[in-house]
Design a protein around this ligand. Structure first.
Ligand SMILES: [Zn+2]
Length: 305
């Protein structure tokens, strides 16, 4: 492919499709967002193609195209599985986009895009190994080594949300059922709905996450205890990651990353689970927030693109 004029990133999600254009230095040139056609694969492709076409007409050039989307992208086939936009599952999204756009398209899991964005010029910039975690309605993660996403032989590197919560306590076994078919996955404890379920079961109160956080800050004992259990579980789950990968930086994204006290209390606890006499790993909040998915998609073509 001849040298592109700019990088385009598409974030293809269940509720919205967003596109950005970046110049070679990573400066944002353009951003558009539209609703995702529901349950219609052909219309979803057509919408993404239209966003690219309009962006290129506006900017007067031709871009490289990277795409981030939920679910796991088969490295071999580009077909998706495990996406919450179920009409995308089993579809050759990469090849269909490439055919419609007349160029090669790179595609990655949205958590990988998050990790790549934060590792490139975000909260993990300059770190050799970055573990990026999205703690939202689900839990996903991506690994970036020396500025590149580590995909893995099966395209699932970083899918730690469906590892079991480590070192479970007696009342955490077998753990809540997970949509993946197992029980006690990290996601069932560390997602927003997971915290809300835990609080409901412990206190009888059906509160949303912001209300639990506000309650804890105001001195409510039950809310404080819920956040304490959450921090203990996140510390154990991340200690597993540190023992295996030993990243320089762990970046949190997703709605749960807005809980300020995590950044102090989780590192204060993970040392008891990490196989080392000291832990220098940094736990930090994302820099680019909701934009990380679409920015990381653009960065799939690298700095020089
Ligand atoms: Zn699971």
């Amino acid at each position: 492919m001849e040298e592109p004029d700019f990088r385009l990133g598409i974030d293809l999600g269940g509720t919205k499709i967003e596109v950005i254009a970046q110049d070679r230095a990573g400066r944002e040139l353009l951003r558009r967002r539209v609703a995702t056609p529901q349950g219609d694969y052909a219309a979803t492709i057509a919408t993404a193609v239209r966003l690219v076409t309009e962006a290129e007409r506006t900017l007067g050039g031709r871009g490289s195209v990277g795409c981030g989307t939920p679910g796991t992208v088969s490295r071999a086939t580009g077909r998706l599985r495990g996406s919450n936009s179920v009409c995308l599952n089993g579809r050759p999204l990469r090849d269909d986009l490439a055919a419609a756009l007349g160029r090669e398209v790179r595609i990655a899991n949205d958590a990988n895009c998050f990790a790549l964005s934060e590792a490139t010029d975000g909260a993990g910039a300059g770190a050799p190994v970055v573990f990026g975690v999205i703690l939202g309605t689900g839990v996903g993660a991506g690994i970036v080594v020396a500025g590149a996403v580590l995909e893995g032989r099966n395209g699932i590197a970083g899918e730690w949300g469906h590892n079991p919560l480590p070192w479970p306590r007696d009342d955490e076994r077998p753990g809540p059922p997970c949509y993946c078919g197992r029980a006690g996955c990290n996601e069932t404890w560390l997602s927003g709905p997971g915290l809300e379920r835990d609080h409901r079961q412990a206190s009888g109160d059906a509160l949303a996450v912001p209300a639990v956080v506000a309650g804890a800050a105001a001195g409510d004992a039950a809310c404080g205890a819920t956040l304490g259990r959450y921090e203990d579980r996140l510390a154990r789950a991340l200690a597993h990651v540190i023992n295996l990968l030993d990243p320089d930086v762990i970046v949190l994204g997703g709605g749960m990353s807005n809980i300020d006290r995590l950044y102090e209390r989780v590192p204060a606890q993970w040392g008891q689970w990490v196989f080392s006499d000291r832990v220098d790993t940094r736990l930090v909040r994302h820099r680019h927030g909701d934009s990380s998915g679409v920015r990381g998609a653009a960065w799939l073509w690298g700095r020089a693109g």
